[in-house]
Write a protein that binds this ligand. Structure first.
Ligand SMILES: *Cc1c(COP(=O)(O)O)cnc(C)c1O
Length: 397
């Protein structure tokens, strides 16, 4: 069944206006399988669960991915609730002693260390527990790097160790019997849409890491190239060309002897779950204020903050619902440029401004597409205390 028909079918069972996140788990599995199957040998694919950590999503992905990337103890617990054995990578720009200790006790596969102070604290905690911490140093590379929507490195951010301070961190890690320095972590940007640039970025990473390996006599085993594969919200038919990317990456790894001994880890979030999710919100009202046509839906950006966070018009379709329960005229617009808002009492509660639609009526459902990543998970759910959306999982749950 197509998603539009599914919405029409569930609408018929709903007394109250519809407001739901819908996830298609079969679509998620097919996509993840396809993505992982195309990766060159020596690559490992982890899912960064902050993009969407709903339990059915994690359960669907656990048998397919090589592991999960997490950034809190809460996220470790979410992963362990679906799998006792899936490998976990633990990162994040600020970690407490208790979090480092807990990550070691729970035997995470790798810890991303983001500062020299953190490295020292990890050493003493590992000594305390009489263990050795498996570590990648997260490096904030000197720019310039390719541009994308969000930039974590090559520019001042809180992430990683400034490349200028890296020698000190490497020497410190090498000296410590409590630290097993396996390599480096270089998640530098998010939402990159260009496959060729992403290959160039990884080639650049290999150059840098090889340089450090030579300089410090390091045996690198792991290069974590991060996530950051993008989703094109503005032009849905022009998505990141994963096949082109993996083909070029395969050629690069084939010919570049320097990386022969390394495992390359990907830890993608957005690219994994964005397309399998929708946010469906029924039109409550339509009005024209000061020359602008507003469509007000059940719900709001407290459920789906992504368009506000990115200041973009989120892509959507209008699903027609024929049922109309009132005896008076149904508010409707034809061939109109609409602004879609939610129920919040703030003018910032906007999903879309000035988008052209052939028709929209009160009682139709606005279906936001590519809502499966950084949708519900990044939103401030209880602002204004409206009910939460339903979470509906379709496919083999
Ligand atoms: C958020 C994050 C990811 C996932 O990023 P996407 O852009 O969703 O692929 C990967 N690694 C780290 C360290 C992150 O913080």
């Amino acid at each position: 069944m197509q998603i539009e028909e599914f919405i029409q079918a569930i609408k018929a069972d709903h007394q109250e206006p519809l407001c739901a996140f819908i996830y298609d788990l079969n679509r998620l599995r097919d996509h993840a399988q396809h993505v992982i199957a195309q990766l060159p040998e020596r690559c490992r694919f982890f899912y960064a669960i902050k993009a969407n950590s709903e339990q059915p999503i994690l359960r669907a992905l656990a048998p397919l991915v090589h592991g999960f990337e997490v950034a809190s103890i809460g996220e470790i617990a979410k992963v362990r609730a679906v799998s006792a054995t899936t490998p976990i990578i633990f990162g994040g720009p600020g970690k407490t002693d208790a979090e480092l200790r807990s990550a070691l006790q729970q035997c995470v596969s790798l810890i991303h260390v983001e500062s020299i102070h953190e490295l020292r604290r990890l050493q003493s905690i590992a000594a305390d527990l009489d263990t050795v911490a498996p570590v990648l140093l997260r490096v904030n590379l000197r720019g310039p790097l390719p541009t994308a929507t969000l930039q974590m490195a090559g520019t001042p951010t809180q992430f990683g160790i400034d490349e200028a301070l890296l020698p000190e961190a490497i020497v410190e890690a090498q000296r410590s019997p409590q630290i097993d320095l396996q390599g480096f972590h270089l998640h530098s940007l998010s939402n990159n849409l260009n496959a060729d640039e992403h290959v160039r970025l990884i080639a650049h990473y290999i150059d840098r890491v090889h340089g450090w390996a030579q300089e410090f006599g390091l045996r690198v085993r792991v290069l974590n190239v991060g996530g950051g594969i993008g989703v094109n919200y503005a032009q849905l038919d022009q998505q990141f060309d994963w096949q082109r990317f993996t083909t070029q990456l395969g050629a690069l790894l084939e010919h570049d002897d320097r990386a022969r001994e390394w495992r390359l880890i990907f830890e993608c979030g957005r690219f994994v779950t964005a397309a399998c999710g929708w946010y469906a919100a029924e039109v409550l009202d339509i009005k024209r204020n000061h020359g602008t046509d507003f469509v007000i839906v059940r719900g709001g950006t407290q459920h789906f903050r992504l368009p506000v966070s990115w200041q973009h018009n989120h892509p959507f379709v209008v699903v027609p619902i024929e049922e109309w329960r009132y005896r008076f005229t149904r508010p409707a617009l034809q061939d109109a440029a609409i602004t879609i808002t939610g129920q919040l009492c703030t003018p910032k509660d906007v999903f879309v401004r000035g988008a052209q639609v052939p028709r929209v009526r009160a009682g139709d459902v606005v279906l936001f597409v590519y809502a499966g990543a950084y949708g519900w998970s990044i939103s401030h759910h209880d602002f204004l205390s409206h009910p939460h959306p339903e979470q509906i999982f379709i496919g083999d749950v």
